[in-house]
Design a protein around this ligand. Structure first.
Ligand code: NAD
Ligand code: WQD
Length: 335
């Protein structure tokens, strides 16, 4: 059974990916410092997959922890989720973001070279496209100057990977550019766990429906879109998890020193107001919301061209927006 290290595996996307890896016959090993997650996620994971998942609590910037994992397990690949992701905080504490997000990638790549681990899947983001000039965005749509230090860490990490693979390290690497992950495992046992007030739309929606937040504010309804609210490509986290499995399986069959990047989205854009409407309809709940001013720095509209990932990795989303809204609510109700 091929062993895959998942850095940040107790987090939102990492935990769902652990489930899909087990389903596909891989053995995930989780490394997480629990800076943005909780140890009980591991128990929940084990309930879902019905077996123990090796867990190391530690920092991905710490080469000794990585070496310990590498000595304990013969790893065939790594999925690197570990990073800080709060866009707003990154503008206040840029060094914290540069150190963790870029530093951890460097330490990880050095470790992979030391241990001759070939395959890496890296968590990138549609944030690298900024406010795009063309829609939908393809992988060759030019990346824009990053709008936040967080966004810049993703751009820099992609650049590091390009340069690294050019140096012929005998590795195979894929960067996946996620669009907006939403939803939760259909069991309701794992999902997104925002600490404090959520910045992202769907956690704010579910917390408002649960009465934790009094009111949801829609940030602007006067944009040049169908209903005036912003457009995003909302992808179910289980589909996103499956894209990692497809990426790893694909890498196994490539020549070494391979690098490529893939969008992971549904290929459809939905407005913020459509999200609210769908959430209410599917879950038979009524949301307290108001229209407010635009949020500074918001991208007006973005959605993915997914031809490349469809054709090359054979990945297609299986979940609908309705599924996402149902599963997000199911998870929130279970909390
Ligand atoms: P998350 O915060 O839920 O998960 C990240 C996990 O990494 C957390 O459990 C955290 O404790 C851990 N972590 C952070 N730094 C670490 C370190 N140095 N060592 C060990 N563990 C560490 O976030 P997520 O939504 O699951 O995101 C996963 C990845 O996907 C991140 O790289 C993020 O930037 C990227 N991404 C997320 C989104 C999104 O909207 N959620 C979109 C695009 C890209
Ligand atoms: C979506 C839409 C808001 C909250 C973030 C990161 C980006 C990337 C993806 C990681 C926007 C609107 C939100 C609310 C609202 N992540 N909204 N009321 O803007 O696509 O970007 O996630 O790489 O880097 O910045 O996601 O969920 O914050 O917002 O009206 O209370 O919902 O204005 O139009 P976004 P989001």
């Amino acid at each position: 059974m091929k062993k895959i290290l998942i850095t940040g595996g107790a987090g939102y996307i990492g935990s769902h990916t652990a489930v899909e890896l087990v389903n596909a016959g891989f053995e995930p090993i989780v490394l997480d410092d629990l800076s943005n997650s909780e140890a009980k996620v591991l128990d929940r994971l084990e309930e879902i997959v019905g077996k123990k998942i090796p867990f190391y609590q530690g920092d991905c910037n710490d080469a000794t922890v990585l070496d310990r994992i590498g000595n304990d397990h013969q790893l065939s690949g790594v999925i690197h989720f570990a990073a800080f992701k709060a866009v707003g905080e990154s503008t206040q504490l840029p060094l914290k973001y540069y150190r963790n997000n870029i530093g951890s990638l460097l330490v990880l790549l050095e470790f992979m070279q030391r241990k001759e681990i070939k395959d890496l899947v890296f968590s990138s983001s549609c944030t690298v496209y900024g406010q795009p000039d063309e829609l939908p965005v393809t992988e060759s749509t030019p990346r824009k100057e990053a709008e936040s230090p967080y966004g810049n860490t993703k751009k820099v990490c992609e650049d590091i990977l390009v340069d690294f693979v050019k140096s012929k390290p005998n590795m195979r690497v894929i960067s996946l550019r996620y669009f907006n992950p939403v939803g939760a495992h259909p069991s309701g046992k794992i999902g997104e766990l925002p600490i404090g007030t959520p910045n992202n739309l769907v956690p704010f929606v579910t917390q408002t429906a649960a009465g934790i937040r009094e009111k949801l504010t829609v940030f602007g309804d006067d944009y040049d879109t169908a209903d005036g609210s912003c457009v995003r490509d909302f992808i179910h986290v289980m589909d996103l998890a499956d894209a990692h499995v497809k990426a790893l399986s694909f890498l196994e069959n490539q020549e070494t020193n391979y690098y490529d990047v893939f969008n992971v989205g549904t290929g459809n854009g939905n407005t913020v107001l459509e999200i609210i409407e769908t959430f209410q309809k599917v879950n038979h709940v009524s949301l307290n919301y108001q229209i407010g001013p635009r949020r500074p720095g918001d991208v007006v509209k973005i959605w993915a061209d997914t031809k490349k990932i469809n054709q090359v990795l054979g990945w297609f989303p299986k979940y609908t927006l309705e599924d996402s809204m149902r599963d997000s609510w199911n998870w929130q109700k279970n909390l």
